[in-house]
Design a protein around this ligand. Structure first.
Ligand code: TRP
Length: 474
């Protein structure tokens, strides 16, 4: 183990940082809405099973790989494959993917920050006015908000693992949880709140089909930060005494719990806003829910608590989403940062400057691809439509490549590093792992059906997205 590599100061710090990465915008709005549309409680049960039986082993494998190598993802694949060229492609993808995810996630975080700033300064009515979102994303003020968000992320990251990432997570995650619970408590007092709770929780198994299952699994996989190189990187800051098996369970539970509780905030609010809401008509996209639909709902609270009251609730809501987004953003920028530090042997500061310049340029381009600049807005055609630069980055690096990265990881860990290597690593810090049913399940699943399922999801996404043809018939 490299003597001067920084490490997390406590297991709790690591768990909160990893959970902070996993809890993001999607947990707070996307998950509850998609659960309600796709069978309520039935979706929740299926989702929980996917988390426990498919995602958890992948999470453990990522963490084991990172801790063993004590390197960024590229370095981890390289070290554990003895510099085998084939595998450096997987390592390269595991660094390129987060680099590109920064580009689109930053754009959305900047919008959230903009909405937060407007809500705090008393402009909730503006946010809720028809067509405002379209105007906002093309307003020059987004560049100001971008500078502030970039400054916050860099300020956290320049502090390093203990003083930056860990400290931020230890503050932001509990704060996020308290705000979430406070909002749930308030929302549940609204008229008709229970109708929303019922839609969210009552199981309807008739909604289950291949498409819903595929959606639930992909969502669980994305939500837990898998395939992004993040957990490899964060776990490279763990020592052999740390318990990966227990920590990964905690991270999965926290992420799912926040998503679940967020449903108790979002659905009652939606149904009290409009008791006749047809869940089918709610948008699948977190972006249109957060920026288009929810501001109107938040403004309507003024009938209950006045304009100032509604503005306070709205500010709290956007702050909550902003905290969730910042911890995810920090984790995703840390991957290329660690890669530059480890592979190019440059300081953290230098790495952050390189990334600020490169991702900064691409983020500006994707921010301008919503109408500011024509060629970026109609950047490319595929899957039967014109796509913007932002769409392209999102589709390729978020929607398509993550299952592929997961697939490569499973194959690498079980066939190249070998199951014995994985087991030995997971047993460090986790007494009783060797010989347990858990060990057998992890080794079996990671070498058989999990990569198979990920391969099917990957191929199906490629054919549906880019060739308008689904191999699953959905
Ligand atoms: N759960 C996140 C979300 O809901 C998805 C995610 C996980 C993510 N890790 C991330 C997004 C890292 C960006 C960066 O948005």
């Amino acid at each position: 183990m490299s003597a001067n590599r920084e490490h997390f100061s406590s297991r709790l710090g690591f768990i909160l940082a990893a959970a902070g990465s996993a809890v993001g915008i999607g947990n707070l709005v996307g998950f509850p809405v998609s659960a309600t549309k796709n069978g309520g409680g039935a979706f929740l049960i299926v989702y929980a099973l996917f988390v426990a039986f498919i995602c958890l082993p992948v999470m453990m494998a990522e963490m084991a790989l990172g801790r063993k190598a004590q390197k960024d993802p590229y370095g981890a694949y390289k070290t554990l494959s003895n510099s085998d060229k084939k595998w450096s492609i997987a390592g390269f993808l595991a660094v390129l993917t987060p680099f590109m995810i920064v580009v689109f996630y930053m754009v959305i975080t900047v919008w959230i920050f903009g909405f937060l700033a407007q809500a705090v300064t008393g402009n909730l009515d503006l946010l809720a006015s028809a067509g405002y979102f379209g105007v906002f994303i093309n307003d020059k003020s987004v560049f100001i908000y971008m500078i502030v968000v970039a400054a916050i992320v860099n300020l956290i990251l320049v502090g390093g693992v203990k003083e930056g990432i860990e400290k931020a997570a230890k503050f932001l995650m509990p704060a996020l949880f308290i705000m979430l619970v406070a909002l749930v408590a308030y929302v549940l007092t609204l008229d008709n709140a229970m109708a929303g709770v019922r839609y969210y929780l009552v199981p309807d198994f008739s909604k289950m089909n291949a498409s819903v299952l595929n959606g639930a699994l992909s969502q669980a996989f994305f939500s837990l930060s898998l395939g992004m190189g993040i957990l490899i990187t964060y776990a490279s800051y763990l020592s052999n005494k740390d318990d990966i098996v227990g920590s990964s369970k905690m991270v999965a539970i926290m992420d799912s719990l926040v998503a679940f509780i967020a449903g108790l905030m979002v659905l009652p609010a939606i149904f009290s806003f409009n008791p006749n809401t047809d869940p089918k008509e709610l948008s699948d996209s977190s972006v249109s829910m957060i920026f288009d639909y929810l501001p109107k709902l938040l403004l309507a609270l003024q009938d209950d608590i006045g304009y100032v009251g509604a503005s306070i609730v709205a500010s709290l809501f956007f702050l909550l989403v902003f905290f969730a987004a910042i911890t995810s953003l920090v984790s995703i920028v840390e991957v290329p940062t660690a890669a530059l530090m480890d592979e190019k042997c440059i300081s953290r500061k230098k790495a952050l400057i390189v990334l600020a310049l490169t991702t900064g340029l691409l983020t500006i381009l994707s921010t301008m691809s919503f109408g500011m600049i024509d060629w970026l807005t109609s950047f490319i055609n595929y899957g039967g439509g014109s796509k913007s630069f932002f769409d392209l980055v999102y589709d390729v690096f978020y929607d398509t490549i993550l299952p592929l990265n997961g697939l490569l990881l499973c194959l690498f860990v079980t066939y190249r590093w070998k199951k014995s290597g994985l087991s030995e690593e997971l047993a460090q810090g986790s007494e009783g792992y060797l010989g347990s049913a858990m060990e057998k399940y992890v080794n079996f699943s990671l070498s058989t059906f999990i990569p198979l399922i990920l391969a099917v999801i990957f191929i199906n996404t490629v054919t549906t997205k880019y060739f308008a043809f689904s191999i699953l018939g959905i």
